[in-house]
Ligand binder design. Structure first.
Ligand SMILES: N[C@@H](CCC(=O)N[C@@H](CS)C(=O)NCC(=O)O)C(=O)O
Length: 197
């Protein structure tokens, strides 16, 4: 299977870590989304990564659809007990939503000329992200015997914060720094697979 992705993409990182965890082999193809290469837009009209191309010729996106696909292939990415499953899914949704806010900020700064950047929009996205971090830090998710999709989503989010928001969140969120250190003990490939430039 091929995964259209990029090393800095937090959504790609989540999916890559989950595949490694389940021992699913992926050929990673790095794509530049701004350039809109044919391989990406012909397979995903939204032109977003990650996009999974299966050996059967299916294109699967977005990252949560890919996670569910992996879970159907190998099992073990979502808890089987209903309540625990819902918890994992909500955690994944919260972490992915936070990534969306952070990406909006990064794109606003990167893609618009400085005089066109809309600071109230940036502030609004940062407020949402901060609220989410406070919520996550208040009760960091437990890591039991098994890692699940929510854990990979949070680890990818923290990696993205480390990459693009260095110095802007750590002081208030020691609990998340402790959490990710614990995650890394369960998933030793974290440093190699977290979002990086
Ligand atoms: N909901 C999507 C979000 C994916 C996403 O926004 N990916 C970013 C890179 S991390 C992207 O492709 N951005 C390019 C664009 O929006 O055109 C998912 O979960 O996969």
């Amino acid at each position: 299977m091929r995964l259209l992705c990029s090393p800095a993409s937090p959504f790609s990182s989540k999916v890559r870590m989950a595949a490694r965890h389940l021992d699913i082999k992926l050929e990673e193809i790095h794509v530049e989304t701004n350039a809109g290469p044919a391989l990406l837009v012909d397979n995903n009209p939204l032109g977003k990564i990650p996009t999974l191309l299966t050996d059967d010729g299916e294109a699967i996106f977005d990252s949560r659809a890919i996670m569910h696909y992996f879970d159907r292939q190998e099992g073990g990415l979502y808890p089987s007990k209903k309540g625990k499953r819902t918890e994992a899914e909500v955690l994944e949704a919260l972490c992915d939503g936070t990534k969306e806010c952070l990406l909006s900020i990064v794109y606003e700064r990167r893609l618009r000329e400085p005089e066109k950047q809309h600071q109230p929009w940036i502030d609004r996205q940062w407020t949402k992200a901060k609220r989410a971090l406070i919520h996550l830090d208040a009760e960091p998710p437990k890591i039991g015997k098994k890692l699940h999709a929510g854990h990979f989503a949070l680890a990818a989010l923290i990696g993205y914060l480390q990459l693009r928001f260095e110095g802007q969140w750590e002081a208030d969120h020691g609990g998340l720094i402790e959490w990710v250190a614990k995650f890394e003990r369960h998933f030793p490939d974290y440093q190699a697979m977290k979002p990086r430039a």
